[in-house]
Design a protein around this ligand. Structure first.
Ligand code: G16
Length: 539
């Protein structure tokens, strides 16, 4: 074991989901090592503990995994469970931590951000409940990273191609099949026979976007559920995601959208992201907003074997549309509103206060793991369609006819000047107190605030989690700065308008939201300030 001298980096503060930077930043000497040593210094239980380790296969994954294994051995970790070829999806890591009673897990991914030498890389730590490290841990790691002056490194290497146990010093490294345990978990939750039957009469398409879910999809959709080869798109993971951007939205998952909106579209379409925690679902000619997806899943969960006794409650991140709240109300279960970031669901799930939760950023999951789970959400939909013997379009229209429709869209202004973005936020913030009662473009503002979350389980408080402006009509807009970008700032504008159960649910989405978008722009001077005529992405 060697002790290597180092000097601190000042920028190792984890964001919404771990530390994400350009790959070149991570490739600098000592950069990854400093962060990992800070983690080992803070999470003392890792000494003598078990660590789950894997990533989404992006460029630099293998180098980082080899380094972390050597550092784990030098820091007294007893056992590392690592996915073959360094591959593990985020939900699979969450499951393995829980299933194997591990101390924690490290996932190497920058999620939906592109990979490659000019792309992004990232590292996140999950704690022993399988969920993302809470802010108390990430803050402590950041503080430690500002002081670090040495790290520990053992000699030795393992082959990530070979399944089975190897050793680095006293530490056991167990190279495991990345898919097997996760696939078994999925099979235990869903009615695979019913889904298989549904798939004999219906068609589906799944786009893995050359990212981590490819091998999982082949095993689960292909081998176990009998979806044909044509159903599986881009299922070979590659270090640069086939030159693409593994973000399942209408821009980057264009091939899937073209297929679902084209002639002879399959009955069901879906995609996941870089590390397999996000999902989108589509029907023939229809895209389901992630907010609606959460609401439909909550309303129909009792049709799926694992949830046949109903759900305890639902949670959504604050900017997610309030469609799930309406469902919770009709089911007579509580609905919680948390800040953006999966870590905020952990306490509610652990305390049994909620069973399902989700975010507008294409994440949905349940208490089966402590991460969002892309393939789980897709299987939920397939199981619901199979149980109801309907198409996605039928299920969605019936949902709106019962609960009303929350028209919803997120407008992202990506990689804008960080000062300009902060200025826009400050401008809205300073107007909040005076906004209620003000009428603009025929809409009257009913309330406006900066969102503060009081965790009902541990009493912790998270402030400044986004600015909300609510209207008497039931519409709303929210503005916040993304915590996952790696260059400049990304400003997110979330737009929502409610159409009651007996209203018109077939309006053009962006047209329906245009008045609220115009008001948001007028109040903040958004486009003028960030020098953009239009959002980079509307999803
Ligand atoms: C991460 C977090 C999510 C969050 C999303 C977007 O997802 O895990 O909780 O909703 O980022 O965050 P932001 O709006 O701050 O960019 P992922 O899939 O990137 O890990």
């Amino acid at each position: 074991m060697r002790i290597v001298s180092t000097t601190p980096f000042t920028d190792q503060k984890p964001g919404t989901s771990g530390l994400r930077k350009r790959t070149a930043v991570f490739a600098q000497p000592h950069y990854l090592e400093n962060f990992v040593q800070s983690l080992f210094d803070v999470v003392e239980a890792l000494r003598g503990g078990t660590l789950v380790l894997g990533g989404d296969g992006r460029f630099h994954n293998d180098v980082a995994i080899a380094t972390i294994i050597r550092m784990a051995a030098a820091n007294g970790v007893t056992k590392v469970l690592v996915g073959q070829h360094g591959i593990l999806s985020t939900p699979a890591v969450s499951h393995l931590i829980r299933h194997c009673g591990a101390t924690g897990g490290i996932v190497l991914s920058a999620s939906h951000n592109p990979g490659g030498p000019d792309g992004d890389f990232g590292i996140k730590y999950n704690v022993e409940n399988g969920g993302p490290a809470p802010t108390s841990v990430t803050d402590a790691v950041f503080e430690r990273s500002k002081l670090i002056d040495e790290y520990r490194m053992a000699e030795g290497a393992v082959s990530l191609a070979k399944l089975g146990e190897q050793r680095v010093g006293d530490m056991v490294v167990s190279v495991i099949d990345p898919v097997e345990d996760y696939a078994a978990l999925m099979e235990s939750l869903f009615d695979f026979d019913a889904i298989r039957d549904w798939l004999t009469a219906h068609s589906m398409a799944f786009d893995a976007m050359h990212a981590v879910t490819g091998p999982y999809a082949r095993k689960i959709f292909g081998q176990r559920l009998g979806a044909g080869k044509a159903a599986l798109m881009n299922c070979d993971p590659s270090a640069d995601f086939g030159g693409g951007h593994p973000d399942p939205n209408p821009v980057y998952a264009r091939a899937l959208f073209d297929r679902m909106f084209g002639d002879d579209a399959p009955d069901f379409g879906a995609a996941s992201d870089g590390d397999g925690d996000r999902n989108i679902v589509l029907g023939r000619g229809v895209y389901v907003s992630p907010s609606d997806s959460l609401a439909v899943i909550a309303a129909n969960a009792h049709l799926v074997p694992a949830y046949r006794n109903g759900i305890a409650g639902v949670a959504r991140s604050m900017p997610t549309s309030r469609a799930a709240d309406v469902v919770a109300d009709s089911l007579g279960v509580p609905a919680f509103e948390t800040p953006t970031g999966w870590k905020y669901f952990g306490n509610l799930l652990d305390a049994g206060r909620i069973t399902v939760c989700g975010e507008e950023s294409a994440g949905t999951s349940s208490d089966h793991v402590r991460e969002k789970d892309g393939l789980w959400a897709i299987l939920m939909w397939l199981n619901i369609l199979a149980a109801r013997k309907q198409t996605l379009t039928e299920v969605l229209s019936e949902h709106w006819a019962k609960h009303g429709r929350h028209y919803y869209s997120r407008h992202d202004y990506e990689e804008v000047d960080a000062d300009a973005a902060r200025f826009v936020m400050a401008k809205l913030d300073e107007q909040l107190a005076e906004l209620p009662g003000r009428a603009l473009h025929g809409e009257t503002i009913s309330a406006a605030d900066s969102f503060t979350y009081h965790d009902p389980v541990d009493g912790s408080v998270a402030r400044n989690q986004g600015l909300r402006v609510m209207f008497e009509s039931g519409a709303r807009f929210v503005m916040r700065l993304s915590g996952t970008g790696t260059s400049g700032a990304t400003l997110r504008l979330y737009l929502e308008a409610y159409e009651p159960a007996d209203g018109d649910h077939a309006q053009d989405l962006q047209r329906r939201l245009s008045v609220i978008a115009a008001i948001a722009n007028e109040l903040t001077g958004l486009r003028r300030t960030v020098l953009r005529d239009a959002p980079s992405v509307m999803s």
